[in-house]
Design a protein around this ligand. Structure first.
Ligand code: 4MI
Length: 397
């Protein structure tokens, strides 16, 4: 229940008009106060940078083990057995994280880089020679699918289920609305395939999946837990980077002057990716649940409240960023919360950054101009800001 001075808004951030254009609605949420009450959902929300960042930092009060979606796992059956990482608090979370951190290492990525760079360059060369193409299937989906499943050591058969699985997982953080029902319809087979793909006997030797079972062999966790950690890789690793790359291409195509800056200085590629993540954050929102009564900016939030954190809005809060709505690849973007903040901050961020940097660099080297040839289409999802199609034309240098 909403008590006291907190502004109550008749806004459902999971309705289709909001999901189709979240940035048109964020200012109203931010301007209504540091904490607001969303009447249609019966949850608290924060959309300003300072409050989002401080809730993410304060994981003891704003916990994850009761789910990071609308459902409170202490009252409702979770849609799938909870993640040992995303939907866990310390000490369980920290144990999982340290097992996974040893696998997702700088050293591992250094080894992968040359082969990934060759693949990024070859993909862009192929697309530039085509001239016109849809950058969603042919670039932003194609590139992660060329590298990520091999890195995990997934079976060759059925990899196409990965994006359907992510659609289901990210829709499930929201309400059981039409986006959930229609977006997930016909994709159920992806759930069974992912369960199968996470089993030890279906993973290849030398991949990050098998490395988790080897951690189980050393007694760091049980084999069942290793399987769930593989599931975390598969849940988080594909659709996030797919749309991160898609948003970078969209941003560069719609800001030719920024693309020219990148062409003049290829070293800006990683910044271009980072800024595109701030400007159009793939993961728009996550919930937390209050583990105790708390106070935010003078307002009381009782224990057991769901609190919706608008990461993407924090990343465009004019209280924090100069010209917040402007995409500028040479700005100082450090501190954005597109990868979250605090103990849950994205485990795969180095992987995502490497993917984005390599695509940005390949574009800078090989392409002289990027032009939209039609309206970009959105694929509505309760959590991800996702692209359905992005028709572009690229001219060769
Ligand atoms: C931030 S996206 C994401 C992260 C982790 C998991 C799923 C999605 C998981 O299953 O652990």
């Amino acid at each position: 229940m909403n008590t006291g001075s907190i502004a109550s808004l008749d806004i459902d951030p999971f309705d289709e008009a909001f999901l189709a254009d979240p940035y048109a609605h964020h200012a109203a949420l931010r301007d209504a106060g540091p904490v607001v009450w969303l009447e249609p959902l019966g949850v608290y929300a924060m959309a300003r940078f300072d409050e989002v960042q401080s809730a993410l930092r304060n994981h003891e009060t704003f916990c994850s083990s009761r789910g990071v979606g609308l459902a409170d796992f202490s009252k409702e059956e979770p849609f799938r057995p909870p993640s040992l990482l995303l939907e866990a608090d310390p000490p369980l979370h920290d144990r999982t994280r340290s097992i996974m951190n040893r696998i997702v290492s700088l050293k591992a990525l250094k080894q992968l880089r040359p082969a990934w760079q060759a693949k990024a360059d070859a993909l862009i060369a192929k697309l530039v020679s085509k001239g016109q193409f849809d950058a969603v299937p042919e670039l932003s989906e194609a590139f992660p699918m060329m590298i990520f499943p091999d890195m995990i050591g997934l079976a060759d058969e059925g990899r196409e289920h990965l994006i359907d699985y992510a659609t289901i997982v990210f829709n499930a953080f929201g309400p059981r609305n039409r986006v959930f029902e229609e977006g997930n319809a016909g994709k159920e087979a992806a759930i069974d395939w992912v369960a199968w793909a996470c089993e030890r006997q279906n993973l290849k030797r030398g991949g990050w999946g098998m490395a988790l079972y080897e951690a189980a062999d050393r007694g760091e966790c049980t084999p069942e837990e290793a399987g769930k950690m593989v599931r975390s890789f598969l849940s988080a690793g594909v659709d996030t980077t797919v749309n991160g790359i898609g948003h970078m291409v969209l941003a560069l195509a719609s800001h030719p002057e920024e693309f020219q800056k990148l062409r003049e200085n290829h070293k800006l590629a990683s910044r271009a990716f980072e800024e595109s993540l701030r400007w159009d954050s793939t993961v728009q929102t996550f919930f937390r649940t209050t583990a105790k009564d708390t106070e935010v900016a003078g307002s009381n939030i009782p224990e057991g409240s769901k609190v919706l954190l608008f990461l993407a809005s924090a990343n465009r809060d004019p209280r924090k960023w100069d010209d917040a709505d402007q995409f500028r690849i040479d700005r100082n973007v450090s501190g954005h919360v597109g990868f979250g903040f605090g103990i849950h901050q994205c485990l795969g961020q180095m992987v995502a950054r490497l993917e984005g940097e390599l695509i940005g660099e390949a574009l800078a080297k090989q392409v002289s101009s990027i032009r939209l040839t039609g309206e970009p289409k959105r694929r509505l999802n309760n959590t991800l800001h996702a692209l359905g199609s992005l028709p572009v034309e690229m001219e060769v240098v």
